[in-house]
Design a protein around this ligand. Sequence first.
Ligand code: DP6
Length: 359
Amino acid sequence: MKEQDFIPSTYKKTIEKGDYTWSSPSNIALVKYWGKKENQIPANPSISFTLEGCKTTTSLRFEKKINDNLFSFDVYLSGDKKDDFKPKIETFFKRIEVYLPFLKDYHFVIETSNTFPHSSGIASSASGMSALALCLMSVEKALHPEMSHQEFNQKASFLARLGSGSACRSIEGDLIVWGAHESIEGSSNLYGVKYPFDVHSNFKNYCDTILLVDKGEKLVSSTVGHNLMHGHPFAEQRFKQAHENMDKLIAIFKTGNLKDFIEIIESEALTLHAMMMSSMPYFILMKPNTLQIINKIWEFRQETGLHISFTLDAGANVHVLYPENEAEPIDGFIKQELAPFCQNNHFICDKVGFGAKQL
Ligand code: DP6
């Protein structure tokens, strides 16, 4: 599929008004997307676990208006009008207008809420943008009912990507690849695809407990961080490494080798932050407690032989990843030993999930 293939031909149906609701999850990358080209094209392929509990629910009400060549919408977060969200959505609408030519025909009311607290430091852009993209796809489906389930999901992912890159990995589950990779047929820079190969039972229901180390606003946004990969002295080597790590993970998913899995994902997390620290200007998103937690995890793993590991996204919070059959002792350790490093002892227990749902 090429970008132009997502431009629809004239719709046969018309629709005056309607209302759709989708709930869409967050995801956590194992091989990280960090660096992008124009039009939200990733500099390297990435793969993520879709999450189950961390979700955004978005309702889209729409009613026909005179096409005055303007976007018209209101946004609410948990019932509160959020005019400060409008510029981001306006930018999104501008980017996707060519693919959804009905956008200026309606007034939209977007009502959104997250299962995780807004000020948790958990990025809501993946779940939020994917939920909105899915609601808009439901409008398109009403205008073009012949669309298949596969076309629907692929275009939802394509549109979500234009809102926020990682959002394209939130439509389905449980493992999603985004970005063209030589060993994964069908993988694309334009949308996420389901991981197509065997996955060992060790990775079923994999647990992700998110430790909320810092709930504040990030000092440097992901978008700024991605851009700092242009002209970054280690960029080419990093992009090559991501391709290699994808290959290594393919073998690991097959055999279920958790030791090798941990090595790749922890290295990916630290490499992501190493890229930030070696950008110009450089920056650090980890906090002292992020490092305390990492060290505690390493000690506990050394002592017990349990397969506890961590990954990080572009922030100070730590995602603790572990297999379901080791959850009991690891959950106890998290509660006892790691929670004290979280802001207000706050952590969120999540696990791998299977994608967005229409409500
Ligand atoms: C570190 O998807 O938030 O979480 O495309 O600019 O919206 P934009 O960036 P975003 O970047 C996510 C970066 C990451 C790694 C990942 O999820 O792969």
